[in-house]
Design a binder for this molecule. Structure first.
Ligand code: KIV
Length: 265
């Protein structure tokens, strides 16, 4: 079985097929997600919270991202792999390129993800020039939790919504091939997904994004602490982890998740 490519993910958007994404951090879960038709994994720095027990994603290191990404790559055959560049690992274009190369070469990633808008254009451009596929991440950017003053919905007023919209267009122009939108009003998720030609994956960004992602531990109801509005426990109505994964994929594909109760207005 060959791995999906970014062209396969792009074709899903072109053909109106929703893209089902989950986070993965280890070989066993990666294998289960892979076998149950998850289109792509994000090896997210959320592992700092759900695996390592930190209060934020900030302590996660490059070596840890490589370790988890390589485990996920070894455990899977089909799903597309996107791995996060962690906090402070992309402060200059050269540092960004060196670290992105490590995620691809040592971590088995097919694409790297970074947070931020206009300020990331130089970093994105250098990656694209060096044939490294890039995913952007806008809206709630967890690596900026200290500047944001907490994990809050973003883009609620007109100026903030316009900034996110313009950042999304600028990142696409710079060459990103995928965009994650986190915790924004559903109407803004819809607007951006309609305006961009690249696939837009939402997490708390409404049902009209081209695809959805959840932290797998949230999707299985095993995360502790604050539960965001967009989180749904798919294991609650199923009798196995495999069935919960399939229920999530089906709900995303049929635009049944997220429902209004999981979306911000
Ligand atoms: O770190 C992460 O897991 C993520 C996704 C949930 C979007 O960035």
């Amino acid at each position: 079985m060959s791995r999906l490519s970014i062209d396969d993910i792009q074709n899903m958007k072109s053909q109106g097929e929703k893209i089902a994404v989950l986070t993965a951090y280890d070989a066993s879960f990666a294998s289960l997600l892979d076998e149950n038709a998850v289109d792509a994994f994000i090896v997210g720095d959320s592992l700092g919270m759900v695996i390592q027990g930190h209060e934020s994603t900030l302590p996660v290191t490059m070596d840890e991202m490589i370790y988890h990404s390589a485990n996920v790559a070894r455990g899977s055959q089909r799903s597309y792999i996107i791995t996060d560049l962690p906090y402070q690992s992309y402060t200059t274009p050269q540092q960004t390129l060196d670290n992105a190369r490590r995620l691809i070469e040592e971590g088995g990633a097919q694409m790297v993800k970074l947070e931020g808008g206009q300020q990331q254009i130089d970093n994105v451009s250098l990656l694209v020039e060096n044939n490294i596929p890039v995913c952007g991440h806008l809206g709630l950017e967890p690596q900026s939790v200290n500047e944001l003053g907490g994990y809050k919905v973003q883009g609620r007023d007109e100026a903030a919504a316009e900034r996110i919209f313009n950042d999304a267009k600028a990142l696409q122009q710079a060459g990103i091939q995928l965009l994650v939108l986190e915790c924004i009003p559903a109407s803004l998720g819809k607007l951006i997904s309609e305006h961009l030609s690249i696939p837009v994956i939402g997490i708390g960004a409404g049902v009209d994004c081209d695809g959805q992602v959840l932290v797998t531990y949230d999707m299985l109801g095993i995360s502790r602490g604050h539960k965001a509005k967009f989180v749904k426990n798919f294991l609650a109505e199923q009798n196995s982890i495999e069935a919960a994964i399939r229920a999530y994929v089906d709900a995303v594909k049929q635009s049944q998740y997220p429902a209004d109760e999981h979306s911000y207005q």
